[in-house]
Design a protein around this ligand. Structure first.
Ligand code: ATP
Length: 471
């Protein structure tokens, strides 16, 4: 669909899913606020992940560690030394770019020989490549790339100097590694087992872009799954399959919009033995929504070295100590949110309701999965002017509220109200009409089929619950 991203951004703003952060002050690049519908949908995504990764399993437990941690953690993990991107800037227009992104774009454009670069080896020397290409904005000259650490710095306590400097976490994973022993001892877990965490992460990205895809503050859902060395490859394969299944079977993302990208040896992070990305086909191209890495024993070994604490595991069966290997599936809530929006957005030209006269109107239908939809049920009196209908509808709304996220709407024609609910993906509308007053029944309108079913009010909660269970 043309301009799909613009349409989604506009819908998110218009209907209260997502706002630019600090908007009344002109905004702040790379930060977003989630409105009343956005927060419900985000909570649904997090709940579905937690349910699959923690709640339904015997071998994973949860954790919620602090965002600000001892700065030595980031020295041990390699983030102080190595968590940087290469930044380049245009000498004329002063726009900044990630050097590796410019190189990637060049590779994808197929115009390598135009700038006189032929071999893979030449491409690897990023400084040389940047020398040969021009600013994509104004064709000006680019300055040689320099390293730029992505961690946000802050100070703990009233004095601001090197000794009080620390960072906002750039990933939630390290909070898990440093609590490995605590969890092991208190939960009496045996390897293989995992620790999962959902929480904010912060990266001072050089060029935040593509709406929620690349932001400076986001939420991660990460699992560190500890295994016996030698069994790591088997578990790596297991988690890649398991995570793909979640996207297809639980979130109902179409298979053709997902793919797995295997990292080559050169692309692997310093700590990883193997890594794959699960990518989604966004309107701007394929983009990573989840990374699954075999982090080996790198992190626990580093923390053992830097903290001086023994982080070995005693394997009773084998009667020996070892540092476990770690398989890490790590995904971002906002990237999944955006993928689900892209997946669900539909426009129906001429309207959904068949009228004799074709209209020019374009109706938006957000076909979100029922489990993900922010509002589950809307209650609508047929006419606002009829006091009895309004009273009855409000009474029904109050009885449904403890069970479902509900909206009550009496403004505008019934057709307009259905369209408003379709636009935010509400699976069911309950309509109170004149028959309701006579025989205590209401209609349930299905978002996708637009079929209406008449049911008794006393059975409404039960019937709606069944509809949400059968997904
Ligand atoms: P990229 O290469 O796109 O910068 P990454 O490989 O650095 O991503 P990871 O460190 O593997 O990302 O982080 C795990 C997950 O966290 C990603 O799959 C993504 O869903 C999410 N994530 C990472 N960076 C961002 C960001 N700047 N904005 C939103 N989500 C992010």
């Amino acid at each position: 669909m043309e301009n799909l991203m613009e349409k989604i951004i506009s819908l998110c703003k218009r209907r209260g899913f997502v706002f630019s952060s600090s908007e009344i002050y002109g905004g702040i690049q790379g930060f977003y606020d989630f409105g009343s519908l956005g927060v419900e949908m985000k909570n649904n995504i997090k709940r579905l992940w937690w349910q699959k990764v923690v709640q339904e399993r015997d071998d994973v437990v949860g954790l919620d560690s602090a965002i600000i941690q001892n700065p030595n953690i980031w020295k041990a993990s390699g983030h102080v030394e190595r968590f940087f991107d290469l930044l380049t800037e245009c000498k004329s227009c002063h726009k900044r770019f990630r050097a590796d992104h410019l190189v990637e774009e060049l590779k994808n454009s197929g115009k390598l020989d135009e700038v006189g670069l032929y071999t893979e080896k030449e491409m690897k020397d990023i400084t040389k490549v940047i020398e040969k290409i021009k600013c994509p904005e104004c064709e000006g000259k680019l300055i040689p790339p320099r390293q730029f650490n992505l961690m946000f710095k802050t100070f703990v306590g009233p004095v601001e100097d090197e000794s009080t400097k620390t960072y906002l976490r750039p990933e939630t994973a390290q909070g898990i590694f440093v609590n490995f022993k605590n969890v092991l001892e208190t939960q009496r877990k045996k390897i293989p087992f995992g620790i999962a965490q959902i929480g904010k992460a912060f990266r001072n990205e050089i060029t935040p872009k593509n709406f929620l895809f690349r932001t400076r503050e986001f939420e991660q859902m990460e699992l560190e799954f500890f295994v016996k060395p030698g069994e790591d490859e088997k578990w790596f394969e297991y988690w890649v399959k398991e995570r793909m299944r979640w996207y297809v079977e639980v979130l109902k993302i179409r298979k053709e919009n997902l793919r797995i990208k295997v990292h080559t040896k050169e692309e692997l992070a310093h700590y990883a033995k193997a890594c794959v990305d699960i990518e989604y086909k966004f309107p701007f191209g394929w983009g990573e929504i989840e990374g699954i890495a075999n982090r080996t024993d790198f992190d626990l070994k580093q923390h053992q070295k830097f903290s001086g604490q023994n982080l070995e595991y005693f394997d009773e069966k084998e009667n020996k100590n070892y540092i476990p290997y770690v398989i890490e599936p790590s995904c971002g809530v906002e990237r999944i949110f955006l993928a689900l929006m892209c997946e669900a957005y539909q426009e129906i030209k001429g309207g959904r309701t068949k009228t004799t006269k074709p209209t020019k109107e374009v109706e938006v239908l957000l076909k979100l999965d029922k489990k993900v939809a922010p509002v589950k049920v809307a209650v609508l009196p047929l006419l606002k002017s009829k006091k009895e209908l309004v009273e009855k509808a409000k009474e029904i709304y109050q009885t449904l509220k403890p069970h479902f996220v509900c909206q009550y709407d009496e403004v505008g024609s019934i057709g307009r109200r259905y369209r408003r609910q379709d636009e935010i993906g509400t699976p069911y509308c309950v309509t109170v009409d004149f028959d309701t007053l006579k025989d205590s029944t209401v209609t349930i309108r299905d978002r996708d089929t637009m079929e209406q079913e008449r049911v008794k009010i006393e059975e409404l909660i039960k019937i709606l619950k069944e509809k949400f269970e059968n997904v």
